[in-house]
Design a binder for this molecule. Structure first.
Ligand SMILES: NC(=O)C[C@H](N)C(=O)O
Length: 485
């Protein structure tokens, strides 16, 4: 087994036993990057030199017996977190040359846990997209089929884990951006509860929905990575001071006697037959573990895409107002006056999807339309949250497909934003409600594309998600294939 193909916990054991050094692991991962990155294009920026430096320092600490949760483990970062001294583009031309002067809280936490950073991964521009095709830096390809998209917006982070170009990675999820690419790339991805992980230093897209979370090769690694990034942060006003358990304690506990809700609104027309069959099989597996599955209703599900595409663009139009050619990165060379410079810089600096969302958001917030759109959407958002609150009173977790279809072809949906938006139909309402969700592999299509199952739980119940996911992972016996790159 090559070192790059191992999990965090497998490598930790080898490090502790003195079998391998961090330098060897990092070299193995960069060897893999050299071999496959040209095909996959998971990264925008590679951090080879600093990674080797960090590995050397990790090895010194290992020799001194100071081993922390991620000491010496190569982790990739979505290019949406501020990394001190390392360019952070957010997939946009407008931040092409932006080098943050500080680290995001998650970066500080990973550093403190001993992680080594491999680089910054590709993403849809400002996290707006479901396929990583809106990146200014080119398309990331799905390691399982290079003609297909890896999902988005954290497509680079998902593809990097699937292609073994890192051991684990971080993404961000505003409407499915972790869970959807995790499902399409056959890896584990979790969106924690809103407020669980600090967003300080995360470039904002839709501040009331954005949340940071891990991509890993298995559920145990998800618990390990989650342990290191959660917690209250006084620098982030929506970060919640609730107790943080050790998430590893939830692994291998079983789910005997649990009630699992199956929302009838998630099994509608348009869901791919192979996805449906895999989810039906997942329901049987969960029942085989001693849980009772029962149908539930989340009656406002049908409004979630419409609500999201008012709330998220409205927040984005406000958040993205700061990119004016003065404060950050890119500015056009020639302009007549200040207004002309703003206009030209924003026209050239943003791509089509970002412009579409800024226009939708500005319209929805404008005087005379605010009540009809933003206010109405916020009210319906409340109903969507209430659906989950009520449903979760009668069950421990909810089980759904993560996506309606497996990975689609590159270019297939780029001209049809509505079709693109619908690929997040099963993930969006989670963000509107603020609850946590996890996606993990539950099978493959005949053509060999991965399929994901999603579990959802109440606020701050990430432990329950890991409990059900670890039980499922162990007993479903989904063959652990690797993409043929
Ligand atoms: N950012 C996300 O979570 C993904 C969603 N597809 C969006 O375009 O907004």
């Amino acid at each position: 087994m090559e070192l790059y193909s191992l999990t965090i916990h497998e490598l930790q054991e080898k490090i502790r036993n003195g079998e391998v050094t961090s330098t060897e692991i990092v070299q193995s991962v960069f060897g893999r990057i050299d071999a496959v990155e040209e095909k996959v294009h998971a990264y925008i920026t590679l951090m080879r030199e600093s990674a080797l430096e960090e590995a050397k320092m990790a090895d010194e600490r290992i020799r001194a017996g100071q081993i922390k949760a991620l000491t010496g483990i190569p982790i990739a970062l979505k290019d949406i977190y501020c990394t001190q001294g390392v360019r952070t583009t957010c997939g946009s031309r407008i931040l092409e040359n932006y080098v943050p002067p500080y680290d995001a809280t998650v970066i500080t936490k990973l550093r403190e846990a001993g992680a080594v950073f491999t680089g910054k991964t590709n993403m849809d521009e400002f996290a707006m997209g479901s396929s990583t095709e809106t990146s200014y830096y080119g398309v990331t390809r799905n390691p399982w089929d290079l003609e297909r998209i890896p999902g988005g917006s954290s497509g680079g982070s998902a593809a990097a884990v699937a292609a073994d170009e890192c051991i684990a990675s971080l993404g961000s999820d505003t409407g499915g951006s972790i869970r959807q690419p995790a499902a399409l790339c056959g890896v584990v991805g979790m969106k924690p509860t809103y407020g669980r992980v600090s967003r300080f230093g995360l470039v904002a897209f839709a501040s009331s929905l954005d949340q940071i979370g891990p991509f890993t090769k298995d559920v145990e690694d998800c618990a390990i990575l989650l342990n290191t990034i959660v917690g209250y942060d006084p620098r982030e006003s929506t970060s919640v001071p609730v107790e943080v358990p050790d998430y590893r304690d939830f692994l291998n506990r079983g789910i005997e006697g649990w009630t699992v809700g199956i929302p009838r609104e998630y099994f509608v027309e348009g869901i791919d037959p192979e996805v449906r069959a895999a989810i039906e099989q997942a329901i049987k597996t969960v029942e085989g573990l001693g849980a009772k599955c029962r149908e539930i209703s989340l009656p406002h599900t049908e409004y979630s895409v419409a609500v999201y595409y008012i709330v998220a663009p409205a927040e984005a139009s406000s958040n993205l107002a700061r990119y004016d050619g003065v404060k950050y990165g890119f500015r056009v060379a020639e302009s007549r006056d200040l207004l002309d410079m703003y206009k030209k810089t924003r026209s050239a600096g943003f791509g089509a999807e970002v412009k579409r969302r800024i226009m939708i958001g500005t319209y929805a917030l404008s005087s005379g339309y605010y009540d009809a759109y933003f206010k109405k959407a916020s009210q319906v958002r409340g109903l969507i949250k209430r659906d989950f609150d009520e449903a979760l009173q009668g069950c421990d977790v909810i089980l759904t497909p993560t996506t309606p279809t497996p990975a689609f072809k590159i270019g297939e949906k780029t001209d049809d934003p509505m079709q693109m938006y619908l690929s997040d139909i099963f993930t969006i309402s989670t963000n509107l409600a603020g609850i946590p969700g996890i996606s993990l592999p539950c099978g493959y299509t005949q053509g060999g594309l991965p399929i994901g199952v999603q579990f959802l739980a109440g606020h701050f119940e990430e432990g329950k998600l890991l409990q059900v996911a670890s039980a499922y992972e162990k007993h479903a016996q989904i063959e652990r294939r690797r993409p043929n790159l």
